[in-house]
Design a protein around this ligand. Structure first.
Ligand code: C5P
Length: 280
C-alpha cells in the first residue's frame, strides 16, 4: 500500500500587518512567515483498491471528519485530481490548536504534498496552490515552508533567506482564540488601509529580527483575551523580544524563557521547508 510519513511544521508570524479590508470579507495582509522544528506528523496512505477517506488523530478532542482540515485536504485533492481508491490520514498532534501556529493548515498542506508524491503529481503547481488556498489562508505557505514574505490573504508568497535562531520559546495560555473573533475585534483604524512594504523590504528588515517583530492583531487579541497580554508582559519582563503569532493565542520569545504553571510552553527553533519525509 503506497504510504508516506511527513512532518507538518508549526509556523510563526514574525511580522503581520493588516493592509485593508476586502470586498470578499477577508483582509489583505502582509506577513513574514517562519516554520519551526515543532511539528505534527502526518501519515498518508493511498489504497487504490479501497474506498472513502478516513482520518484518525491521537488527540481525542479534535474532530476527524469534515471538521478536520487534514480530512478536507484529502477530499479536496481527490476531487481536483479525479483520484479513485481509499485514502487514510493519521495525524499525530504536537502543535496546539487555536494557537496561531498553523497546525491544522500545516497538516492539510502535508496531506496535499504527500498525495502529490504518492499519486504521481497529477496537479499542476498552480492547481495545488488553489486547492490549498480554498482550504485556508495559511495553507499555501505550508506547501513551501521555511522563511517567506506573504501578501493577499497569505497566498502571494516570496521565499526569503533562511532565518537562523537559537532557542525560541512558544507560550500558550489555556485559551482558544478563534481567528474570526480577533479579526472582528479590530477597530477601523487597525483595519487600515495602509501600503504594502514588499519582499525586498522584508529581506532587509530580517537582518535585525527583533526590530521586525510586529503583529497588528495583537491589540484586538488582547482585548478579546487579556491572558494573551499577561503572556506578552511575562515574556517581555524576561528581557527577550516577543510577539503573539498569527491571531493568537500563542506567543513566542526569541530566547529561553521559564513560564509559570498553567501556561504550556515549547522550546523550539526555526525549521526547514515543507514536505520533509520520515521513515514510515
Ligand atoms: O482563511 P481562513 O480560514 O484561515 O480564515 C479564517 C477567518 O479569518 C476568515 O473567515 C476571516 O474572518 C479571517 N481572515 C481575514 N483575512 C485573512 C485571513 C483570515 O479576515 N487574510
Amino acid at each position: 500500500m503506497p504510504s508516506l510519513v511527513l512532518t507538518a511544521p508549526a509556523k510563526l508570524n514574525l511580522y503581520l500587518e493588516v493592509l485593508g479590508r476586502r470586498a470578499d470579507g477577508f483582509h489583505d495582509l502582509e506577513m513574514v512567515f517562519q516554520t519551526l522544528t515543532l511539528a505534527d506528523v502526518v501519515e498518508v496512505t493511498w489504497e487504490p483498491g479501497g474506498m472513502g477517506t478516513v482520518c484518525t488523530c491521537d488527540d481525542p478532542t479534535l474532530p476527524t471528519g469534515t471538521g478536520n482540515l487534514a480530512w478536507r485536504a484529502a477530499e479536496a485533492f481527490r476531487v481536483a485530481a479525479g483520484l479513485t481508491g481509499g485514502l487514510r490520514v493519521a495525524v499525530t498532534k504536537r502543535i496546539p490548536h487555536g494557537a496561531g501556529l498553523g497546525g491544522g493548515s500545516s497538516d492539510a498542506a502535508s496531506v496535499l504534498l504527500a498525495l502529490q508524491r504518492l499519486t504521481g503529481a497529477p496537479l499542476a503547481e498552480s492547481q495545488l496552490a488553489q486547492v490549498a488556498l480554498d482550504l485556508g489562508s495559511d495553507v499555501p505557505f505550508f506547501l513551501m515552508g521555511g522563511t517567506a514574505h506573504a501578501r493577499g490573504r497569505g497566498e502571494i508568497l516570496t521565499a526569503l533567506p533562511p532565518v537562523v535562531t537559537s532557542t525560541l520559546t512558544v507560550v500558550m495560555p489555556p485559551v482558544v482564540l478563534p481567528t474570526p473573533r480577533v479579526f472582528s475585534a479590530m477597530t477601523d483604524q487597525e483595519r487600515g488601509p495602509r501600503p504594502l512594504r514588499g519582499a525586498a523590504w522584508a529581506t532587509q528588515a530580517l537582518q535585525d529580527l527583533p526590530s521586525l517583530l510586529f503583529n497588528r492583531l495583537s491589540d484586538p487579541a488582547v482585548r478579546c483575551c487579556p491572558e494573551v497580554g499577561q503572556v506578552l508582559e511575562h515574556l517581555g519582563r524576561q528581557g527577550f523580544p516577543c510577539l503573539m503569532s498569527g491571531s493568537g493565542a500563542a506567543c513566542f520569545a526569541l530566547g529561553p524563557v521559564a513560564v509559570p504553571p498553567g501556561w504550556r510552553s515549547w522550546t523550539t527553533t526555526t525549521g526547514p521547508g515543507a514536505g520533509v519525509a520520515l521513515p514510515s
